[in-house]
Design a protein around this ligand. Structure first.
Ligand SMILES: [Zn+2]
Length: 107
């Protein structure tokens, strides 16, 4: 059995991602760029996956491109910045840096 790249749980025999995370990923694709963060999270909860697992999924970084949480937060921040007419776009890396500055996460 392969290990799921997101939650590290058991994935399918031919898959790098488990069923729950696959469902979440599909939902992320439907929601991102269209809703605010609160709606985004409740949309993910509608998949029936536990909130704990959703958080693990969002914080996972299987491709080293930044976690989904950071990517989505960056997209939302960019949208806000565009709407407000401010320049500078933020990357997931920036968001991660800002978050580290604003609150100390245990790690
Ligand atoms: Zn998984």
């Amino acid at each position: 059995m392969a290990q799921c790249g997101y939650c590290k749980g058991p994935a399918g025999l031919w898959s790098k991602i488990c069923k729950d995370c696959k469902n979440l990923l599909v939902r992320v694709g439907e929601l991102r760029g269209r809703v605010g963060y609160g709606e985004f999270l409740s949309g993910l909860e509608q998949t029936g996956v536990s909130p704990e697992k959703i958080m693990v999924f969002l914080k996972a970084d299987p491709d080293g491109k930044g976690s989904l949480q950071d990517q989505v937060t960056a997209e939302m921040a960019n949208e806000l910045i565009t709407v407000m007419g401010l320049g500078e776009r933020q990357t997931p890396e920036d968001v991660r840096r800002i978050r580290k500055m604003t609150k100390s996460e245990p790690k």
